[in-house]
Design a binder for this molecule. Structure first.
Ligand code: ATP
Length: 511
């Protein structure tokens, strides 16, 4: 089976998403708006299924996690206390000639050193082959300038590490020429807005850049409901907004995206490392349960020196996207920092009274935080396949198939009458559709040759197809009457089964 896990995989996925109605560029008829995406009929179902699976597994099937839906715009003091107003920044660099804007930590450069002497600089943007690309550029640089001597291996650094005297010498990724890049400066990624009729400083508010603060701010309110005892978690799914300097890689980095976050509160003297490990493993297993192969996941432990001062440890679950291994899910042990900050800033105690230990303390927290859109992209990348299948005349052709896990597939089953101009077949097929509909998403399709209808569903990731033919009507004898063919997407195998067996059989497979 050919799996195009190559550089063009992203192009194929983007094109499939557009063609089949998974994802469109937002406001496309006006030329689009960078960093914003719309989910079409299939995308919206896929997204909802991901969210629902997470919610069921994270909240409904557990005794120790409760849900929350907090508002997107909160009191601006929330974001001062959390550190976002002061510190939620990315280092930004402008190219004065091209007017393009970059994130400094995504520009990589190296000195070109020949016989121990720096003769110039080369630049590339972040990619999977930073060192190789820089080396190639350094070789070209030396050749073009006809410099004699031994070229030393490049030493990649990102632009935040550039010394001030180096900045004018580093070529812009946009023009290839030095002299136009500005020094990096902090750019706050929060979207600002105004609340109420006045448009002055006192009315400034922010679209939330993460959902997590809702859980901290409402911690007391949830505690007071009396339903929870440490250790327990508060989970939320919702939109977050970040004015990313360089949104890119399709839906991987957007300016409006959806997060699924959970704050798990533990006792101040509990073993945080044990809980951290527990949640890393939980997240990994959950990703596998929605169809992401364990082999494409890895763990990245943030080095101690790069952690925020309050952080005890952060591990990212990384996914092998076609554009490189990137963060999918971050699992952070944040100590008691967030609750303490809000307690100080609001003057409200954020303590928990442990009636077994008879003591009061501020709980510590483990935070698994993930983006729905990044999971959706990882799922699409894992599911995309091309194989060979016979066409109408038996000739082999390339088939595009999304091998989505039945749990999250947008449509669970497609129902086809063999021919659309035979009213008895159509009537029976509609009956089968109506029989299945209360239990799962069903798509009825009577247009075109049956093989083409199968292909359309293969591309949509529909795991099962049910075909109603003349045998169903009993034309070949009573033993086949009221039976249908059930086709399985991945193997393309077909079996004959009784209509009365369809519901239990399919429910077992899609739940
Ligand atoms: P990155 O380093 O990729 O910018 P981050 O470390 O800032 O991500 P967090 O603040 O930990 O991300 O957010 C938690 C999760 O939210 C991420 O693991 C990711 O899945 C998702 N996420 C963050 N920023 C974006 C974005 N701009 N677009 C889509 N998803 C995002």
């Amino acid at each position: 089976m050919a799996e195009p896990k190559t550089a063009d995989l992203m192009d194929k996925i983007v094109s499939l998403c557009k063609r089949r109605g998974f994802i469109f560029q937002s406001s496309e008829i006006y030329g689009g708006i960078n960093g914003f995406w719309d989910y079409g009929p299939l995308g919206v179902e896929l997204r909802k299924n991901i969210r629902d699976c997470w919610w069921n597994d994270m909240v409904r099937r557990r005794d120790d996690v409760v849900g929350l839906e907090s508002s997107i715009i909160m009191h601006p003091k929330v974001w001062e206390a959390s550190g976002h107003v002061g510190g939620f920044t990315d280092p930004m660099v402008d190219c004065k000639v091209s007017k393009q804007r970059f994130r400094a930590d995504q520009i990589f450069f190296s000195a070109v050193v020949v016989d121990g002497k720096t003769v110039g600089y080369v630049t590339v943007l972040e990619s999977e082959r930073i060192a190789e690309e820089l080396q190639e550029k350094a070789e070209t640089f030396k050749r073009k300038k006809a410099i004699q001597g031994k070229l030393e291996p490049v030493q990649p650094r990102d632009f935040t590490e550039a010394k001030s005297e180096e900045i004018p010498l580093i070529p812009s990724p946009a023009t290839g020429e030095p002299g136009s890049l500005t020094p990096p400066r902090a750019f706050n990624m929060m979207f600002e807005t105004y609340v109420g009729a006045l448009r002055d400083e006192s009315a400034v508010a922010y679209l939330r850049p993460e959902t997590a603060q809702g859980m901290f701010v409402d911690f007391k309110a949830i505690l007071d409901t009396g339903r929870v005892k440490v250790p327990f978690g508060i989970a939320q799914v919702g939109k977050s907004f970040r004015n990313e300097i360089t949104p890119r890689n399709f839906i991987f980095r957007s300016r409006e995206f959806e997060q699924m976050e959970m704050e798990y509160f533990i006792a101040d003297d509990d073993d945080w490392a044990k809980w951290h490990r527990y949640w890393i493993d939980w997240c990994r297993e959950w990703l596998v349960s929605v169809g992401i192969p364990a082999s494409s996941l890895s763990e990245y432990n943030h080095p101690k020196e790069k952690l925020a001062f309050y952080s005890k440890g952060t591990t990212d679950l990384m996914f092998k996207y076609p554009f490189g291994v990137q963060e999918l899910w971050g699992i952070a042990a944040r100590g008691d920092y967030d609750l303490t900050q809000h307690s100080k800033a609001s003057g409200q105690p954020m303590e928990y009274f442990d009636d077994v230990k008879k003591k009061r303390y501020v709980p510590h927290v483990i935070e698994p935080a993930v983006g729905v859109d990044r999971i959706l992209l990882a799922i699409l990348c894992s599911a995309y396949c091309e194989d060979q299948a016979p066409d109408e005349k038996g000739k082999m052709e390339t088939r595009t198939v999304l091998k989505l896990h039945p749990r999250i597939a947008p449509i669970k089953v497609a129902v086809f009458p063999l021919l659309k101009n035979k009213p008895e077949l159509v009537k029976k097929a509609l009956e089968v559709r109506d029989l299945l509909r209360p239990y799962m998403t069903v798509f009825y399709d009577e247009a075109g040759a049956i093989g083409r209808r199968y292909r359309r569903q293969d591309e949509a990731g529909t795991p099962f197809g049910v075909t109603i033919d003349f045998d169903t009507l009993g034309e070949k004898g009573p033993e086949l009457a009221d039976t249908v063919t059930l086709r399985e997407r991945d193997t393309m195998k077909q079996e004959r089964i009784k209509i009365s067996e369809l519901v239990p059989k399919l429910i077992e497979k899609v739940r």
